[in-house]
Design a protein around this ligand. Structure first.
Ligand code: CMP
Length: 138
């Protein structure tokens, strides 16, 4: 089944999980963590030449983020619709960025832009593997 990688950026923690759950997607992995500059640079390596790159990295390391794997039919495309346009000024009300963000540089959430990116991002952020029955406490 298709999976996507979703990151709640430092200022979005607390308001977002509900939207994916209500839609009917399944949560397959979740962790709260702080990330180092070098790790964020790896995650956003395709953007390294952009003028906003260092500001973007500063933002992601400014506090804990929540890394998640969500699964379900067309979750990559539908997840991006739930999230809204990259620039909150262009995100419709009712989308996460439309409701919770104003600035493009502080847009509260990341979602993989393709099935291939999702595969890479899940491998990067969940190198130990997602939550599984083996991690159940008894
Ligand atoms: P995200 O979906 O995580 O993918 C790349 C990120 O780069 C994007 O969300 C924004 O946080 C950031 N970004 C894209 N364009 C700009 C911009 N013009 N100015 C600042 N940040 C940007």
């Amino acid at each position: 089944m298709e999976q996507t990688f979703i990151m709640i950026k430092p200022d979005g923690v607390g308001v977002i999980i509900n939207r994916f759950e209500k839609k009917g997607f399944s949560l397959k992995g979740l962790k709260l963590l702080t990330v180092e500059r070098s790790f964020v640079e790896k995650h956003y390596q395709d953007l390294s030449a952009k003028p906003f790159f260092s500001g973007l990295v500063d933002y992601i390391i400014s506090g804990p983020v929540v890394a998640m794997i969500w699964e379900g039919k067309n979750v990559v495309t539908t997840g991006r619709k739930i999230i809204g346009a990259t620039n909150p000024a262009e995100s419709a009300p009712g989308t996460i960025r439309g409701d919770f963000a104003i600035e493009i540089g502080r847009n509260v959430i990341h979602g993989s832009d393709s099935v291939e990116s999702a595969r890479k991002e899940i491998a990067l952020w969940f190198s130990e593997g997602p939550v599984s029955w083996e991690s159940t406490l008894h």
